[in-house]
Write a protein that binds this ligand. Structure first.
Ligand SMILES: Nc1ncnc2c1ncn2[C@@H]1O[C@H](COP(=O)(O)OP(=O)(O)OP(=O)(O)O)[C@@H](O)[C@H]1O
Length: 210
């Protein structure tokens, strides 16, 4: 059984037109960077992996995670986390409320608060639970969005240009944090980016679509 994320002869078509083909394995703790011109299908590939492919596209091949075939599973059963460029926090919830959103519903009371506080500590935001997200800096919001996603205990992580709205210094800092937290959990990571510096910093293999 192959651990990690396996894209087994994946072919995406729109109508009769071939969009992309990809055959790749991302091992636990490894980062595979996906680059390619605008329109080459990077975001569509991520949609297929999370189970939210637009019906305009068809998928051939298989998507496996830790040996389990996800191809026909509904999105909510896939345990694949994704971070986008505009990962907005829910404005009507506190920081703790936002983090709680990623937790299983069955987890209640003190166990719940303990998990939330540990998540805040992991990204150096101890004590920020009661804060209104609107009062956070861009980097703090990005850290809360990261932990909200990780608290759902994904088995793989997809990154769709999540750093591109951050200014250069912050971008490097958040990128390093996201990759470190993913690696600490042994998650396979697929990083979609236009930025050569992101690819270099990720340090793994690069595939170019189109
Ligand atoms: N819902 C849809 N219906 C039909 N065509 C679509 C749909 N979504 C995207 N496309 C088309 O599919 C192709 C791939 O789009 P996709 O967004 O995956 O590209 P991308 O590589 O992520 O681009 P970018 O780098 O600009 O974000 C493009 O030609 C796009 O116009």
């Amino acid at each position: 059984m192959a651990e990690g994320l396996v894209l087994d002869h994946v072919i995406l078509r729109r109508g009769g037109d071939l969009l992309l083909t990809l055959d790749a394995r991302v091992a636990p703790g490894e980062v595979l960077t996906v680059m390619g011109r605008s329109g080459s299908g990077k975001s569509t590939l991520l949609s297929a992996i999370i189970g939210q492919l637009d019906p305009a596209f068809t998928l051939e091949g298989r998507i496996l995670l830790n040996g389990t075939d996800l191809t026909r599973r509904p999105a909510e059963a896939r345990q694949v986390g994704i971070l986008f460029q505009d990962d907005l926090l829910f404005p009507h919830l506190s920081v703790a409320g936002n983090l709680g959103f990623g937790l299983p519903r069955a987890l209640r009371g003190a166990a719940r608060s303990t998990r939330i506080e540990a998540a805040l500590q992991e990204v150096e935001l101890a004590g920020y639970g009661p804060r209104d997200p609107a009062t956070l800096s861009g980097g703090q919001k990005a850290r809360v969005a990261l932990m909200r996603m990780l608290l759902a205990e994904p088995r793989a992580l997809l990154l769709d240009e999540p750093f591109s709205r951050l200014d250069a210094g912050l971008r490097a800092q958040i990128r390093a944090l996201v990759l470190a937290r993913a690696q600490a959990r042994g998650l396979p990571v697929l990083l979609v980016t236009h930025d050569a510096e992101d690819a270099r910093a990720a340090g793994g293999r690069v595939v170019t679509l189109g």
